[in-house]
Design a protein around this ligand. Sequence first.
Ligand SMILES: Nc1ncnc2c1ncn2[C@@H]1O[C@H](COP(=O)(O)OP(=O)(O)OP(=O)(O)O)[C@@H](O)[C@H]1O
Length: 256
Amino acid sequence: MNLNAEHISVSLTGADIVKDISIRVENKQFVGIIGPNGCGKSTLLKSIYKVIKPQKGTVFLGDKDVIKSSARIVSKDMGVVGQFNDLSFDFTVQEMVMMGRTPHKQLMEADNAQDYKIVANALARVNLTEYADRSYLTLSGGEKQRVILARAIAQEPKFLVLDEPTNHLDIKYQIQILSIVKSLNIGVLAALHDLPMAAAYCDILYVIKDGSIIASGSPKDVLSKELIRQVYEIDCELYTNPITGDLAIAYLPLNL
Ligand SMILES: Nc1ncnc2c1ncn2[C@@H]1O[C@H](COP(=O)(O)OP(=O)(O)OP(=O)(O)O)[C@@H](O)[C@H]1O
C-alpha cells in the first residue's frame, strides 16, 4: 500500500517544527527517516499517524485520506509502533497484543479462536510466547518494545509506521525487530537513529534537518561523510564492512 504525504507543515506553540515536508512510500518499500535529535522526525510521523493534525498538507494511504478519515478506519490498514508506550493501567502481555485486533472487530465483539491464534503467532514472532500472562508494566523497556511490535503484527496492517523501534533494544533484538518488520513485506516508514542499520534495511532514506528534508534517495546515494557532517556535526569515514559488504561508519572523536 502506498503512502503519500504532501506538503506537511506542523507548528507547535508558535514554533515551525515540520516545514513543508513531502514523503512517498511506494508499495512494500522500507523507507527510513533520519536526522538529529529534535529535527522533527516524531512530529512528522505523528502527523502521519493522526496524533497531531498538521496545519498544512495531505496524507493518503492508498486512496484513503488519513487526515479526514476516522482513527478506526485508518487503523484497519496502518499499524504504529510509537516511541513511548507506557500505560496508566496494567494489562497482561496477551491482552496488550489482543488490542491489535480491535480495528477488525465490532463494538463489544468477543475475541475468537482466530484472534487468539493471531496473537499467539505474533508473540512467537518476537520471542515472547512465554510472556503471555506477564504484566506489561513489569517488563523491561526492550520487552515492552517487542510487545508493541507484536501488537502491530496482530493488527495485520498493510502499512507500518515506526518511531525509533529499536530504542531500548540490545543488538540482537535491534536486528531481530528490523528483520521481522522487513519480512512483513508491507510498506514501512521508520524513524531510525542508527545509520548503518538504516542503510542495511531501508530502500530509501529521507534526511531531515531543522524540520526540512535536505536529502533523499537510496542509502548509498544519500549517506556521505559530507552529509553526516552537515546533519550531525560529526566527522566520520565511510567504508564497506569487509565481512557483510554493508556500509560501515567510523565516527571520529569530537574536539570538545
Ligand atoms: N507539543 C510540543 N510543543 C512544543 N514543542 C514541541 C512539542 N512537541 C515537540 N516539540 C519540539 O519539536 C522539536 C521536534 O521534536 P520531535 O520529537 O519531532 O524530534 P525528533 O526528531 O523525533 O527527535 P528525537 O530524535 O530526539 O526523538 C523539538 O525541539 C521538540 O522540543
